[in-house]
Design a protein around this ligand. Structure first.
Ligand SMILES: [Zn+2]
Ligand SMILES: [Zn+2]
Length: 144
Protein backbone atom coordinates (compact mmCIF):
# COMPACT_ATOMS: atom_id res chain seq x y z
CA UNK A 1 0.00 0.00 0.00
CA UNK A 2 1.33 3.40 -0.91
CA UNK A 3 1.57 6.21 1.57
CA UNK A 4 -1.14 8.16 -0.27
CA UNK A 5 -3.77 5.60 0.73
CA UNK A 6 -3.38 6.55 4.36
CA UNK A 7 -5.17 9.36 6.11
CA UNK A 8 -3.85 10.92 9.30
CA UNK A 9 -5.69 12.46 12.17
CA UNK A 10 -5.78 12.97 15.89
CA UNK A 11 -7.38 14.64 18.87
CA UNK A 12 -7.33 18.29 19.84
CA UNK A 13 -4.37 18.07 22.26
CA UNK A 14 -2.27 15.60 20.26
CA UNK A 15 -2.21 12.81 22.84
CA UNK A 16 -3.91 10.53 20.31
CA UNK A 17 -2.74 10.26 16.69
CA UNK A 18 -3.82 7.69 14.12
CA UNK A 19 -3.50 6.74 10.50
CA UNK A 20 -6.08 4.61 8.74
CA UNK A 21 -6.98 3.17 5.38
CA UNK A 22 -10.12 4.85 4.02
CA UNK A 23 -11.85 2.75 1.32
CA UNK A 24 -14.21 5.55 0.33
CA UNK A 25 -13.80 9.28 0.93
CA UNK A 26 -17.26 9.76 2.36
CA UNK A 27 -18.97 10.12 5.72
CA UNK A 28 -22.33 9.40 7.32
CA UNK A 29 -24.21 11.39 9.94
CA UNK A 30 -25.74 9.49 12.84
CA UNK A 31 -28.64 11.15 14.63
CA UNK A 32 -29.14 8.57 17.40
CA UNK A 33 -29.40 9.80 20.97
CA UNK A 34 -26.19 8.14 22.16
CA UNK A 35 -24.08 9.63 19.39
CA UNK A 36 -25.57 13.09 19.93
CA UNK A 37 -24.89 13.08 23.64
CA UNK A 38 -21.41 11.64 23.17
CA UNK A 39 -20.25 14.02 20.45
CA UNK A 40 -22.30 17.13 21.34
CA UNK A 41 -24.20 16.92 18.05
CA UNK A 42 -24.96 14.45 15.28
CA UNK A 43 -21.95 12.15 14.90
CA UNK A 44 -20.27 12.57 11.50
CA UNK A 45 -18.03 9.61 10.78
CA UNK A 46 -15.97 7.76 8.20
CA UNK A 47 -16.01 3.98 7.74
CA UNK A 48 -12.41 2.70 7.87
CA UNK A 49 -10.83 -0.70 7.62
CA UNK A 50 -10.10 -1.71 11.20
CA UNK A 51 -7.41 -4.17 10.12
CA UNK A 52 -5.43 -1.29 8.66
CA UNK A 53 -6.03 1.23 11.40
CA UNK A 54 -2.92 2.27 13.22
CA UNK A 55 -3.00 4.25 16.45
CA UNK A 56 0.42 5.88 16.26
CA UNK A 57 0.12 7.73 19.59
CA UNK A 58 -2.31 6.65 22.30
CA UNK A 59 -1.17 8.44 25.45
CA UNK A 60 -4.72 9.67 26.07
CA UNK A 61 -6.91 7.09 24.34
CA UNK A 62 -9.78 5.75 26.43
CA UNK A 63 -12.54 3.28 25.41
CA UNK A 64 -16.04 3.54 26.80
CA UNK A 65 -18.32 0.53 26.35
CA UNK A 66 -21.62 2.29 25.75
CA UNK A 67 -23.64 -0.79 24.83
CA UNK A 68 -23.41 -4.55 24.82
CA UNK A 69 -21.88 -4.66 21.38
CA UNK A 70 -19.99 -1.43 20.81
CA UNK A 71 -17.47 0.89 22.39
CA UNK A 72 -16.48 4.50 21.86
CA UNK A 73 -12.94 5.86 21.83
CA UNK A 74 -12.04 9.36 22.96
CA UNK A 75 -9.10 11.33 24.32
CA UNK A 76 -9.15 11.38 28.11
CA UNK A 77 -7.01 14.54 28.18
CA UNK A 78 -8.90 16.88 25.85
CA UNK A 79 -12.20 15.00 25.42
CA UNK A 80 -12.15 14.73 21.63
CA UNK A 81 -14.64 12.26 20.15
CA UNK A 82 -12.62 9.86 17.98
CA UNK A 83 -13.70 6.26 17.33
CA UNK A 84 -16.59 3.80 17.37
CA UNK A 85 -16.03 0.05 17.02
CA UNK A 86 -17.58 -3.32 17.71
CA UNK A 87 -16.54 -4.59 21.14
CA UNK A 88 -16.24 -8.28 20.22
CA UNK A 89 -14.51 -7.90 16.84
CA UNK A 90 -12.66 -4.57 17.09
CA UNK A 91 -10.23 -5.55 14.33
CA UNK A 92 -12.94 -5.62 11.65
CA UNK A 93 -13.79 -1.98 11.31
CA UNK A 94 -13.14 1.40 12.79
CA UNK A 95 -15.59 4.25 12.56
CA UNK A 96 -13.66 7.52 12.80
CA UNK A 97 -14.98 11.03 13.47
CA UNK A 98 -14.63 12.96 10.21
CA UNK A 99 -13.59 16.04 12.19
CA UNK A 100 -10.60 14.17 13.65
CA UNK A 101 -8.90 13.91 10.25
CA UNK A 102 -6.20 16.43 9.39
CA UNK A 103 -7.73 16.78 5.93
CA UNK A 104 -11.47 16.51 6.60
CA UNK A 105 -12.37 18.63 3.56
CA UNK A 106 -11.84 15.74 1.15
CA UNK A 107 -14.78 13.74 2.56
CA UNK A 108 -18.26 14.05 1.05
CA UNK A 109 -21.55 13.44 2.83
CA UNK A 110 -23.10 10.11 1.76
CA UNK A 111 -26.09 9.47 4.04
CA UNK A 112 -27.93 10.13 7.28
CA UNK A 113 -28.68 7.26 9.67
CA UNK A 114 -31.04 6.80 12.63
CA UNK A 115 -33.13 9.69 11.30
CA UNK A 116 -36.13 8.44 13.28
CA UNK A 117 -34.18 9.51 16.39
CA UNK A 118 -33.41 12.97 15.05
CA UNK A 119 -34.88 15.84 17.11
CA UNK A 120 -36.72 18.70 15.45
CA UNK A 121 -34.36 21.42 16.71
CA UNK A 122 -31.94 21.06 13.80
CA UNK A 123 -32.07 20.06 10.12
CA UNK A 124 -29.63 19.51 7.26
CA UNK A 125 -30.43 20.90 3.81
CA UNK A 126 -28.82 18.16 1.65
CA UNK A 127 -30.67 15.54 -0.40
CA UNK A 128 -28.63 12.48 0.65
CA UNK A 129 -30.43 9.25 1.63
CA UNK A 130 -32.02 9.17 5.10
CA UNK A 131 -32.19 5.79 6.82
CA UNK A 132 -34.17 4.84 9.91
CA UNK A 133 -32.80 2.55 12.62
CA UNK A 134 -34.70 -0.43 11.13
CA UNK A 135 -33.27 0.27 7.67
CA UNK A 136 -29.72 0.55 9.05
CA UNK A 137 -30.01 -2.74 10.94
CA UNK A 138 -31.48 -4.52 7.88
CA UNK A 139 -28.56 -3.27 5.77
CA UNK A 140 -26.09 -4.36 8.43
CA UNK A 141 -27.55 -7.88 8.57
CA UNK A 142 -27.32 -8.20 4.79
CA UNK A 143 -23.62 -7.36 4.88
CA UNK A 144 -22.67 -9.81 7.61
ZN1 LIG B 1 -6.39 14.88 23.27
ZN1 LIG C 1 -25.39 6.86 16.55
Amino acid sequence: MSKTDRENGGCLCGAVRFDVNVPEKQFAICHCGMCRRWSAGPFMSVHCSGKEAHISRDTGLCWYRGSEWAERGFCSKCGTTLFWRLAETPEEMLIVSVEAFDNADQFRLAEHIYVDAQPERYAFADNCPRLTEAEVLAQFQQES
